[in-house]
Design a protein around this ligand. Structure first.
Ligand SMILES: [Zn+2]
Length: 277
């Protein structure tokens, strides 16, 4: 069984009820954090997983809403572990430079804490692995592969395939339908896909909103991808516009279900889905 927890189902628009994009993929005692959006550490605390428990952070792309709180993950991991415990961060080319800049940004804090705590004598140990297409070389019982997605002009962007004990879960990130995602998703048990309501956004007379139409998938497009891949469960997240509190998102579900006859999951932050073969 692989458990998928929607830590943050929001978007760049601040929302009191939905944290920024982040999803937890858990198998046994291994926990993989897919993206690290706004308030991710609060949602991880609510899910009962601390920064020391993370096996790795895997980034789909370097858009700000997906990495705003990566610095918080780095710092919290560092101060909550009592011997050097490297945090592995997997991401597309460019991730190493972004993390180096984050560590530079954290420089004053790092120096304060090392000066203040006798038992803290090292900066945050971080290992960055940049990937593009193929296996991701990590220890552990979960096998991870990746493939390029299409979120242009954001390049590169990556989707991830998690395999554990005969169960496969794919995290697509932000993408339009594409060959890489089809290849990654083929036969998976669950596909976690970010979506936006293009039918709603195209009615908004604000060009900056309409600009987002060409590099995201709609629920219908996510449903079509899920159907082509033959996945069992489609998990929608990253709701733009935000689904109001208490609204089960039936209209979103119907748009996907018009193209996909498997299970469609939509939820609030902390919605947890157990995926079995
Ligand atoms: Zn994006």
């Amino acid at each position: 069984m692989i458990a998928v927890t929607l830590l943050g189902t929001g978007s760049p628009m601040p929302d009191p009820n939905r944290a920024g994009p982040a999803t937890l993929v858990s198998a046994g005692d291994e926990h993989y954090l897919v993206d690290a959006g706004r308030s991710v550490m609060m949602r991880m605390a609510a899910a009962g997983v601390g920064a020391p428990n993370l096996s790795a952070v895997v980034l789909t792309h370097l858009h700000s809403d997906h990495i705003t709180d990566l610095n918080d993950v780095i710092t919290t991991r560092w101060v909550m572990t009592f011997e050097p415990t490297p945090l592995t961060i997997v991401g597309p080319v460019g991730t190493r430079a972004a993390v180096d800049h984050l560590l530079e940004f954290l420089g004053p804090d790092i120096s304060y804490r090392i000066a203040h705590h006798d038992d803290l004598d090292h900066p945050p140990p971080v290992e960055v692995i940049e990937v593009a297409d193929g296996p991701v070389d990590l220890p552990g019982a979960v096998t991870i592969t990746c493939a390029p997605t299409d979120h242009r002009p954001v390049e590169p962007s990556i989707g991830y395939h998690f395999d554990h004990d005969g169960v496969a879960v794919v995290a697509a990130g932000d993408t339009v339908p594409c060959e890489g995602l089809d290849r990654l998703s083929a036969g998976a048990d669950a596909l976690v896909h970010t979506v936006i309501r293009k039918d709603v956004i195209e009615q908004i007379p604000v060009q900056r909103m309409r600009d987002t139409l060409d590099y995201h998938s709609s629920p219908a497009e996510a449903g079509q991808t899920a159907a082509r891949a033959g996945v069992g469960t489609l998990v929608l997240t990253h709701y733009v516009p935000a689904i109001p509190p208490g609204d089960p998102g039936d209209d979103w579900r119907a748009l996907a279900a018009a193209h996909f006859d498997g299970r469609v999951e939509i939820g609030d932050d902390l919605h947890r889905i157990e995926v079995t073969p």
